[in-house]
Design a protein. Structure first.
Length: 186
């Protein structure tokens, strides 16, 4: 099955990956966040850990890139999403943890819209049972429709789920800054 029942193992997987990343990024100013569906308790998901490495200033990116290359990643560009750089395992340097746990690794500046989207949607799904259940149902329906085909699933999910995620993000932004988003005093 493409979508699996929620597993607390995903939190342990993230923690293990994070520890390995921190070794490669030792001394660098950055933070590491678990994002995506596996970061939301009780949300069924594809068992792939999504991780964002966040840096505060543009000069940090080259040092982060170098640190990741030293532990066996290569930079795979932004794949069409500005301010979100993708890193993949190169296979040149072996690491038991990083090579055995499926994960997606992104490096984002702190002002990245893609990062904001990841964090706001994650936090909203963690805090709202209705949103989590709705999102989960949407994912199961799409997986069934594409007969569990991973590539078709990704394309259809992007097409159908974006409006739902946009709604979540709008709600989160409204909670954090009601004056900015409505033009009215709180």
């Amino acid at each position: 099955m493409l979508i699996q029942k929620y597993s607390s193992q995903w939190v342990r997987d993230f923690t293990d990956i994070k520890a390995e990343l921190e070794k490669g990024l030792s001394g660098l100013e950055c933070s590491i966040e678990h994002v995506g569906s596996t970061s939301v308790p009780n949300l069924d998901a594809k068992p792939i850990i999504d991780i964002d490495i966040i840096y505060p200033n543009p000069a940090a990116f080259s040092r982060i890139r170098s640190g990741l290359e030293k532990i066996g990643y290569y930079h795979n560009g932004n794949q069409g999403i500005e301010d979100r750089e993708v890193f993949k395992r190169s296979g040149a340097i072996k690491n038991e943890v990083l090579d055995s746990i499926m994960h997606h690794l992104y490096v984002c500046p702190i002002h990245s819209p893609a990062l904001e989207r990841h964090l706001l949607s994650r936090d909203h799904l963690r805090a709202n049972e209705w949103a989590r259940a709705t999102y989960q149902q949407m994912k199961y329906e799409i997986a069934a429709e594409v007969n569990q085909d991973r590539k078709k699933y990704a394309a259809l999910k992007e097409e159908r789920v974006n409006a739902f995620i946009d709604l979540i993000i709008a709600k989160e932004k409204l909670k954090t800054n009601p004056v900015q988003n409505t033009g009215k005093e709180p």
